[in-house]
Design a protein around this ligand. Structure first.
Ligand code: R1P
Length: 292
C-alpha cells in the first residue's frame, strides 16, 4: 500500500489538513462552496445549529445543520488554482487516512454545490436569475495537468469549440466537464440550465479591456455565437470547471449555480445582488435538505 509522504500531503501539528485547517470530523458530506469568505456567514446564518468555524487565508469554513441535515459551507477564494487545493483537500479528508497516510478502501462521495456570482453571455438571461452549470468549459488549463483528463471531457464539443473560435494555441486547451446529473435534476426547478466558462482571470480572459488590448478581440463574440447541438454558452465565472473536473476524477457529485449579476452582452449590471444571493442560498439549502 502506498504511503503518501509528508511533503505531498501536509498535515498541521493539530492534525488538520494544510490549507483548509480542517480535521476529518469537521466536514459534512454536503458541502456548499462559495468564492467570497464573507458569503460563508451569509450561508451559515440560515443554519439551525453550528458546530465549528475555522478560518485560514481565504478558506473559511462553518459546519452546522439545516433542517436536520449536516452541511458544511466553505469559501474557496477566486479561481481554479484555489479549487485544486479545496477539492483535493476535501477528498483527502474523507478518502485518505491522515494518520497512516494511505488511501481508504471504502470511498466516500461528497456533494459539492458551488453558489457563485456570474456574468451572462446571452442577451435573454435576466439579471438576478440563477444559472445552473450543466457543462463547464475550463479556459484555465488546470485539468490538463491530470491523467485521464480526456476521459472526463466531452472531446467532440471541445473539437467543435476549438474550430468555431479558431482557438489561440498559446492559450490552454479548454476542457468540457459535466456536472452531476443527480444534482442537476435536484436543482432544476428554480434554475436556468447553462454551459459555463471558467476563465483564469476577470479581465482579459473574460474579454474586458481597461488598458490592455486582447490577443483575440473577437473571442467573446465567437463564444456568444457558439451553438453545439442546440446548446449555447450562458455565462462566465472562475471556478466551476475545476470543481466539475476534479469531482469527476475523484468520484464526487458537483454542480455550480450562479446568480447573474451582470449581462456582458447588453452591458448591464445589478446595483445590489445580495437579495438574489440570499434567495439562491435558501432555495439551495431547502433542496439539499431533501437529500439523504
Ligand atoms: C470574480 O469577481 C469572482 O466572482 C465569481 C467568480 O467566479 C470569481 O470568483 O464568483 P464568486 O462570487 O463565488 O466569487
Amino acid at each position: 500500500m502506498r504511503v503518501i509522504e509528508s511533503s505531498e500531503l501536509i498535515i498541521n501539528p493539530d492534525g488538520s489538513i494544510f490549507h483548509l485547517h480542517l480535521k476529518p470530523e469537521n466536514l459534512a458530506d454536503k458541502v456548499i462552496l462559495v468564492g467570497d469568505p464573507g458569503r460563508v456567514d451569509t450561508v451559515a446564518n440560515f443554519f439551525d445549529t453550528k458546530e465549528i468555524s475555522v478560518s485560514n487565508r481565504e478558506f473559511k469554513t462553518v459546519t452546522g445543520t439545516y433542517k436536520g441535515k449536516r452541511v458544511t459551507v466553505l469559501s474557496t477564494g477566486i479561481g481554479t488554482d484555489n479549487i485544486d487545493i479545496v477539492v483535493n483537500e476535501l477528498d483527502a479528508l474523507v478518502n485518505i487516512d491522515l494518520k497512516t497516510r494511505t488511501e481508504k478502501a471504502d470511498k466516500k462521495k461528497l456533494t459539492l454545490v458551488r453558489l457563485g456570482t456570474s456574468g451572462a453571455l446571452q442577451p435573454e438571461i435576466d439579471l438576478g436569475s440563477f444559472v445552473m452549470t450543466e457543462i463547464s468549459v475550463g479556459f484555465d488549463g488546470l485539468l490538463n495537468f491530470y491523467a485521464n483528463r480526456n476521459d472526463i471531457s466531452d472531446l467532440e464539443m471541445e473539437e467543435a469549440f476549438l474550430k468555431h473560435t479558431s482557438w489561440n494555441p498559446q492559450c490552454a486547451k479548454p476542457y468540457f466537464c459535466k456536472s452531476s446529473p443527480k444534482l442537476v435534476k435536484l436543482f432544476s426547478d428554480f434554475t436556468i440550465p447553462g454551459v459555463t466558462i471558467s476563465a483564469p482571470g476577470f479581465y482579459g480572459p473574460q474579454g474586458r479591456v481597461l488598458r490592455l488590448p486582447l490577443a483575440d478581440p473577437k473571442l467573446n463574440d465567437k463564444i456568444v455565437d457558439f451553438n453545439y447541438k442546440g446548446r449555447k454558452i450562458t455565462n462566465f465565472e472562475m471556478e466551476s470547471s475545476a470543481i466539475n473536473g476534479l469531482s469527476l476524477l475523484l468520484g464526487h457529485d458537483a454542480v455550480t449555480i450562479c446568480t447573474i449579476i451582470a449581462n456582458r452582452v447588453i452591458k448591464d449590471a445589478t446595483k445590489d445582488y445580495k437579495p438574489y444571493i440570499n434567495s439562491l442560498i435558501e432555495k439551495t439549502l431547502d433542496k439539499l435538505a431533501t437529500l439523504e
